[in-house]
Design a protein around this ligand. Structure first.
Ligand code: SAM
Ligand code: SF4
Length: 325
């Protein structure tokens, strides 16, 4: 078995790395309209520093990496980092979560650099609503960029849709129908109360609603790396996933991940406030063994579960864009 065993018997084999806190959108559930105060560039880990952390993590058994942000593709020369990580011994999968606004420009380069998979965030199929939710984005660009990603060989592209009551829950069937036409996977995410800007919709309600299209058959062959549970509509090429941090009791018991913030803090739980500082030791020339023991310390402090059950609002010390969702 790969991975690092935590105190509750979970195998941690997945690291999500937020490569920047910057973003070219301002999604209403993630950032205020004016953005958040930016970290100074000097505080953000260099690609070489990220590589050192990943090497230490890989030696301990982490074999899957996802790059996220902020918007990872606004960081200069991201393909350079992809190349550095994709060639590393022990790393079996390297993927990216992006808002899709500049993906077309980089898709081929990312593929050639060794990126395995791409997830694109898309909460609505209506142009005006897209502009309202993202405050700055254009739907047409993202749809074109998804096509460009497929042409570059990233298939299936996974679509991440955060569902907000009264905002985009009227489009659930349209998203679900996308899986009939092509082999894309649509994943509905329960909104987490980072900003309290909208109300989440429980996944069970979405499943019942989608059942109007036909029976949803569990689809165990698609596991991904994460907490989504997948289903398929009869005759559909793609699958429908549900990510239910607020309502699924086994959500945390299946957690296999750690997060690295842009400023080099290892975060055992997205919704907890504990962090282990890796940047200071990295910049003080810590040895590989020292880094590994800090990673083990962070894994050992991973909590058994978060405290969002029932939608309790819990203030966390960072915005989602500063952690990497
Ligand atoms: N900028 C990239 C993007 O939007 O895909 C990567 C970073 S974004 C923080 C990663 C994922 O977190 C996106 O799919 C986004 O929709 C999701 N996200 C952000 N805020 C969220 C919230 N409050 N609840 C649930 N998901 C959230
Ligand atoms: Fe930017 Fe992604 Fe947050 Fe939207 S969800 S503001 S695209 S980081």
């Amino acid at each position: 078995m790969t991975g690092i065993l935590d105190s509750f018997g979970r195998s941690i084999n997945y690291l999500r790395i937020s490569v920047t806190d910057r973003c070219n959108l301002r999604c209403l559930y993630c950032m205020p309209p004016e953005g958040v105060p930016q970290m100074p560039h000097s505080e953000i880990l260099s690609y070489e520093e990220i590589r050192t952390v990943v090497r230490a993590a890989a030696e301990l058994g982490i074999n899957r990496i996802r790059l996220t942000g902020g918007e990872p593709l606004v960081r200069a020369e991201l393909p350079k980092l992809i190349k550095m990580l994709s060639q590393m011994e022990g790393i079996e999968e390297l993927s990216l979560t992006t808002n899709g606004t500049v993906l077309k420009k980089y898709a081929l380069e990312l593929k050639q650099a060794g990126l395995s998979r791409v997830n694109v965030s898309l909460d609505t199929l209506k142009p005006d609503k897209f502009r309202y939710i993202t405050r700055l984005g254009e739907l047409k660009t993202v749809l074109e960029d998804i096509e460009a990603a497929k042409e570059a060989g990233f298939e299936p592209v996974k679509i991440n849709t955060v569902v907000m009551r009264g905002m985009n829950d009227d489009e659930i069937l349209d998203f679900a129908k996308m899986t009939y036409k092509e082999e894309c996977h649509v994943r509905f995410i329960e909104l987490m109360p980072f900003k309290g800007a909208a109300e989440f919709v429980p996944s069970i309600e979405l499943r019942q609603h989608i059942s109007l299209l036909g029976k949803l058959e569990p689809c165990e062959s698609i596991t991904g790396n994460g907490p989504a549970t997948y289903y398929r509509l009869a005759g559909a090429k793609g699958a429908i996933g549900f990510i239910s941090p607020l309502t699924e009791t086994s959500f945390c018991s299946r957690c296999n991940r750690m997060r690295l913030t842009p400023d080099g803090k290892l975060r055992p739980c997205l919704l907890g406030e504990d962090e282990v500082d890796l940047k200071t030791p990295l910049r003080n020339n810590a040895s590989m063994e020292e880094l590994k023991s800090l990673i083990l310390k962070a894994v050992a402090s991973k909590p058994e579960h978060h405290h969002l059950e029932g939608g309790n609002i819990r203030v966390v010390n960072r915005k989602m864009s500063q952690i990497g969702g």
